[in-house]
Design a protein around this ligand. Structure first.
Ligand code: FE2
Ligand code: FE2
Length: 372
């Protein structure tokens, strides 16, 4: 999910700039580390997937017309719509962004299938890596489905506009700075799975019984968030193993990624009413205001991952570049905190007038938001 647009990127690179840096991860010795990890992935990562039999399905969380019959289904839909009626517009917009992010799923396994060693070369490979990619995608596939169906039944969204957004986004894809290096992509995905868990979890809290009063929607978002937590555990564990196997490569890859900022995979999202990247920046401001994903969440994720991977304590096996990457990584959380404080102070001092942004997904009703 989103990162904070106000997180200023460092001008000077702490690692060699550009393609040369991530291409150095594709030499045979580096790829051998990944190859040798396969039995470990079998034993420690694959068990984090649930079997199909043990998995929830979207039908478990929504009214079932076959089981309820016409009258029962109608009554259940009226109940769902009554609860959804209390959810404020800004949370509806965040919910669409959550759903669209999930619905762009075809893009994500294609990212993993570009990775050396890890990729599922035939589409039905039997390696632990390939089974992980397919099993993870299969779990993810339910997330967009359940949110989409809830939204359709709730009657609160212009579904045609939402569907157009999904189609545009899958056509536009997503850009990665390091398309074939597992070290870089696993840093990104570990960060992103935690961000997604936080965004769905915050949405659940805000729309739920103690917030907007839609308990059914809160249950849906909470169920999705708990899947994301398992996925986060898998990628964090995997990257932790790479930190053990090759700390210098891992710390440099992490610095490279953080330096370029971890944007949500749907940075090209657009509701069709705004030009280019404009909409992403606006959406970030809406999510910040609504509280579904904030600059402070971004900082906390970074701090959490630095702790998980013991980045500050790395001592053995670091090159000069590796030590510089370590120093860089241990400083940004403080910088982000300062930006948070400054933004907060500025808002209080200037009383900046909010901007009204009409959003097609909710029939062009405007959202009032403070743009940076
Ligand atoms: Fe998901
Ligand atoms: Fe996920």
């Amino acid at each position: 999910m989103p990162s904070a647009s106000t997180f200023v990127q460092e001008k000077k690179s702490v690692v060699d700039d550009g393609k040369e840096e991530w291409r150095s991860y594709l030499v045979p010795e580096k790829l051998e580390v990944l190859r040798q990890l396969e039995p470990w992935v079998e034993d420690h990562v694959l068990p984090l997937l649930k079997t199909v039999e043990a998995s929830w399905q979207p039908s478990d969380l929504l009214p079932d017309p076959a089981a309820l019959g016409a009258d029962g289904f109608h009554a259940a839909c009226l109940e769902l719509r009554a609860a959804a009626a209390g959810v404020p517009d800004e949370l509806l917009v965040c919910l669409v962004a959550n759903m669209v992010t999930e619905e762009a799923l075809p893009t994500y396994p294609s990212v993993l299938n570009r990775l050396e060693v890890v990729r599922d070369a035939t589409g039905a490979d039997d390696t632990a890596w390939a089974r992980w990619i397919r099993g993870w995608s299969a779990e993810e596939n339910r997330h967009g489905d359940v949110l989409n169906r809830y939204m359709h039944l709730s009657g609160r969204f212009d579904m045609r506009e939402v569907e157009r957004t999904v189609q545009h986004l899958i056509r536009d894809g997503m850009s990665m700075h390091e398309p074939a290096s597992p070290f870089h992509v696993f840093v990104y995905v570990a960060f992103q799975e935690r961000a997604t868990a936080i965004a769905h979890g915050n949405t659940a809290r805000l729309v739920g019984a103690r917030g907007a009063g839609d308990a059914a929607l809160a249950r849906i978002c909470g169920t999705v968030a708990s899947d994301e937590k398992r996925h986060e555990a898998a990628y964090t564990r995997l990257m932790g193993k790479l930190f053990e196997a090759d700390p210098d490569a891992a710390v440099r890859a992490m610095a490279y990624m953080m330096q370029r900022r971890i944007d949500m995979p749907t940075a090209f999202i657009n509701d069709g009413r705004h030009s280019g990247g404009d909409f992403y920046a606006r959406f970030i401001a809406i999510a910040e205001k609504a509280g579904t994903y904030t600059l402070s969440d971004y900082r906390c994720i970074l701090e959490h991952l630095l702790r998980q991977w013991c980045v500050e304590d790395l001592k053995v096996g670091l090159s000069g570049d590796g030590r510089r990457a370590q120093d860089y990584l241990c400083a940004p959380p403080h910088k982000i905190k300062r930006i948070e404080e400054k933004t907060h102070d500025r808002m209080i001092r200037t009383h900046k007038k909010p901007t009204l942004i009409p959003i097609s997904w909710i029939f062009d009703r405007p959202i009032s938001v403070n743009l940076p």
